[in-house]
Each structure stands twice: as structure tokens, then as C-alpha cells.
Design a protein around this ligand. Structure first.
Ligand SMILES: *[C@@H]1O[C@H](CO)[C@@H](O)[C@H](O)[C@H]1NC(C)=O
Ligand SMILES: *[C@@H]1O[C@H](CO)[C@@H](O)[C@H](O)[C@H]1NC(C)=O
Ligand SMILES: *[C@@H]1O[C@H](CO)[C@@H](O)[C@H](O)[C@H]1NC(C)=O
Length: 267
């Protein structure tokens, strides 16, 4: 009897569980959208508000962290917008969030479709970008070259610096996770680096890229000294070879001369 009751409870359990987060059909329960204010990429200590907008008046809103079944925060508001306050965020709040809403006329435990995922990134610094030259770091005089500063996130502001100059050489807002900086060939040679940051306050800055040296074809000072070394080495080799040839020649001609005389004596 008790066993039967337990079995019945066990079969009912999944029903209860799914009832908690029952998802309604997409057409009649359209998804809300989730936005972060002031931004989805912030430094620690910033007060972040996650705003869930429903396409119709709702009664209740829930904020979820991806991978966690139970709502992180709930708000009972009878309008189209709910605000979830994440006070003075820390690095551990980095993650994926989504929201749902419900209405009284949907019955208990019925939630709307989930919003698209919002990626919240709380970081002191963003990863270092790479800086490469297109088509390459050695340019023919008069040819143009483009420098590509590539980060890891879309929608950032990129700055290109010439090493030794305090102000940015060029500044670009990009929707892609990279930015291209065209350089006029006549002024291209030099050493460059770049970084990126969030497009608005509170700014989160990336580390600075490794420096990139742009030089003219055959004009690099290190190439010169290397070329000179090679030339010197070749000249030395030729001298040694000449020395060997002359010595051999001298020996062979002197031995031939020495060998000929007695032969001549024999005849
Ligand atoms: C964040 O919000 C709390 C409470 O509203 C406030 O006391 C605090 O000063 C705020 N912090 C910042 C950095 O704005
Ligand atoms: C929202 O309403 C439900 C049902 O009336 C109640 O159980 C819950 O405590 C309320 N939540 C908040 C955050 O007010
Ligand atoms: C280099 O760029 C300048 C300005 O963008 C342009 O006027 C010029 O034609 C380009 N030169 C070459 C060789 O592409």
C-alpha cells in the first residue's frame, strides 16, 4: 500500500516539476526581450539593471540564469516592463541571463516563451587584441597597408596608436569584433599597437596589443646588418677558397716542375 503510494508520487513528481516552468506555445505567448542598463559589459561595482520588456501587459516577471531552473529574481508588476536590480556586480555575476513573464489568465505556473539570452560580462579588463598587417608588415614604398586590430567582442571602440605618440592615430567604432585601419604607404613605416573598449561609460578597457613593426621592403635596419654579415661571410669564404686554390696551384706547379726536370734529365 505504502509502496504503491510512493510509486504514484514518483510518477507524479515529473509533472509537478515541469509544471513549475511550463512553457506556453510560441504564437500565443510571445517572447519578451531583455536589456542591460547601463551596459552588458561593465567593471565590478557598477549597479546593473536588467530590464525585461513584455509585448503585452503581464502580471509577473522572472529573471533566470542559464542552467538554473528556478528563477533568480521575481517581480510582481502589472505592466509591460520589469526591472531587476543587480547591485554593485561582481566577477561571479558574469553569465547568461533570460527572462519570462506570465499573466493571471494563463493559469498558475505558465510562463511565456523565453527572451533571447543576454550575456553579462563583469570584468576589470578585456582580453588583449591581436594586431596584424594586411597584406603584410613589409610594404613596397608607395603601396598602402591596412592594420587589423581584432578583439573578441562585437560593438567595441578601437584605437590605433603609433608607439611614441600619445594621442590615437585613428579611432573606429565597429559592429564587428575587429577594426581595420588603412595606412597611407608614404607614412606607414613605424611601430604600432592598439586596444579596444566598451563604446560608452562605464568604460571597460582591453589590454594593449603586442607592438607591430611596419617597414619598407629591404629597408629594415636589422635586415641591413644581417645582409652585411652574410656578405662579409661570403667574402671571407671566397678569400679562403682563393687561398686554397693558390696554395694547391703553387704546390702542384712546383711539384710538376720538380718532377719534370729529372724526367728531362733521363731523356
Ligand atoms: C548602487 O545602488 C545602491 C543602492 O541603490 C547605492 O547605495 C550605491 O551607491 C550604488 N552604487 C553605485 C556605484 O552607483
Ligand atoms: C508575487 O505574488 C505571488 C502570488 O501572489 C506571491 O506569492 C509572491 O510572494 C509575490 N512576490 C513578490 C516578490 O512580491
Ligand atoms: C593609397 O591610399 C590613398 C588614400 O587612401 C589613395 O589615394 C591611393 O590611391 C592608394 N594607393 C594605392 C597604391 O593603392
Amino acid at each position: 500500500m505504502i509502496l504503491l503510494l510512493i510509486l504514484q508520487l514518483l510518477t507524479l513528481w515529473p509533472v509537478c516539476r515541469t509544471d513549475l516552468t511550463l512553457t506556453a506555445p510560441a504564437a500565443s505567448y510571445p517572447q519578451p526581450w531583455l536589456m542591460a542598463h547601463p551596459a552588458a559589459v561593465v567593471t565590478p561595482g557598477v549597479n546593473v539593471t536588467l530590464k525585461c520588456h513584455a509585448p503585452q501587459p503581464a502580471w509577473r516577471f522572472a529573471l533566470f540564469r542559464t542552467g538554473v531552473v528556478t528563477p533568480l529574481l521575481l517581480r510582481n508588476v502589472s505592466i509591460e516592463l520589469a526591472e531587476f536590480f543587480l547591485e554593485e556586480v561582481t566577477l561571479t555575476q558574469t553569465g547568461s541571463y533570460h527572462c519570462r513573464y506570465s499573466r493571471t489568465d494563463w493559469g498558475p505556473g505558465v510562463w511565456s516563451q523565453s527572451s533571447d539570452v543576454l550575456e553579462l560580462l563583469v570584468a576589470d579588463q578585456l582580453p588583449r587584441p591581436s594586431l596584424v598587417a594586411l597584406p603584410g608588415p613589409v610594404v613596397a614604398p608607395g603601396a598602402n597597408v591596412s592594420l587589423r586590430c581584432a578583439g573578441h567582442m562585437p560593438g567595441m571602440s578601437f584605437a590605433l596608436y603609433r608607439v611614441g605618440v600619445a594621442t590615437p592615430l585613428q579611432y573606429v567604432d565597429s559592429v564587428q569584433p575587429w577594426a581595420d585601419f588603412p595606412l597611407n604607404g608614404a607614412h606607414a613605416p613605424g611601430t604600432y599597437n592598439c586596444y579596444y573598449h566598451t563604446p560608452s561609460a562605464p568604460y571597460v578597457l582591453s589590454l594593449v596589443s603586442q607592438p607591430l613593426v611596419i617597414s619598407y621592403e629591404g629597408s629594415g635596419s636589422s635586415d641591413y646588418s644581417q645582409g652585411n654579415l652574410i656578405r662579409l661571410g661570403l667574402a671571407g669564404l671566397i678569400l679562403i677558397c682563393l687561398g686554397i686554390i693558390i696554395t694547391f696551384d703553387w704546390y702542384s706547379s712546383s711539384s710538376a716542375f720538380g718532377g719534370l726536370l729529372p724526367q728531362q734529365n733521363w731523356f
